[in-house]
Design a protein around this ligand. Structure first.
Ligand code: NI
Length: 161
C-alpha cells in the first residue's frame, strides 16, 4: 500500500467514528427530525449510509477479485421509500455499517498494491479504480456525518412542543 492508500483506508475506517460521534447521545425523537418535509430525517440518513455500505462491500470485493466487473446502480430514494427507512432501527443500521466497514477494511489491508489500481465498470458512472472507490466511500460517511451534525445543531435550540 502506498502512503496515500494507507491514508484513504484510515479515513474509510474512521467513518465509523465520525458517524458514531455525530449520533452520540441523540434521543430517539430527534432521529425522526428532518430539515424539511422532502428531506431525509437523521434515521433515514443513517439507514442510507448503512445500505450504501452494503452495496460498497459487494462492489469493493468485486473490483478487488474480478477487475473489470460490472457494478450495478441502485435508486437511493426508492430504497429509502420502499425499504421503509423511516421505520428502521438506526442502532441496527449503525451496527451493520460498523461491522461491514471493519471487515471490508481488513480485506483491503491484505491486498497487494497492484489491486488498488483494479477498475470496476459502473453502469452509470463508468470506470473507477479501487483506490478512487475507497476514497469515495470515505467521503460518503464524512459528508453524511456532517449532515447529521447540521440537523442536530438546527434542532438543538428549539424546545420540544
Ligand atoms: Ni449518500
Amino acid at each position: 500500500m502506498t502512503p496515500e492508500q494507507k491514508g484513504i483506508l484510515e479515513r474509510f475506517e474512521k467513518g465509523i467514528d465520525s458517524m458514531r460521534e455525530a449520533l452520540a447521545g441523540a434521543p430517539e425523537e430527534l432521529l425522526d427530525k428532518a430539515p424539511a418535509p422532502e428531506k431525509w430525517s437523521i434515521r433515514q440518513i443513517v439507514v442510507h449510509v448503512a445500505d450504501d455500505d452494503v452495496v460498497a462491500a459487494m462492489r469493493l470485493r468485486q473490483i478487488a477479485a474480478e477487475p473489470g466487473a460490472l457494478l450495478i446502480g441502485f435508486d437511493q430514494d426508492r430504497w429509502a421509500k420502499e425499504l421503509h427507512y423511516s421505520e428502521q432501527s438506526a442502532e441496527l443500521a449503525m451496527a451493520m455499517f460498523a461491522l461491514l466497514r471493519q471487515s471490508t477494511a481488513a480485506m483491503l489491508r491484505r491486498l497487494p498494491e497492484s489491486a488498488w489500481s483494479h477498475r470496476g465498470n459502473h453502469e452509470e458512472r463508468g470506470l473507477t479504480t479501487l483506490e478512487a472507490f475507497v476514497a469515495h466511500m470515505a467521503n460518503h460517511a464524512e459528508i453524511h456525518a456532517a449532515q447529521i451534525r447540521k440537523i442536530r445543531e438546527r434542532f438543538a435550540n428549539q424546545p420540544s412542543p
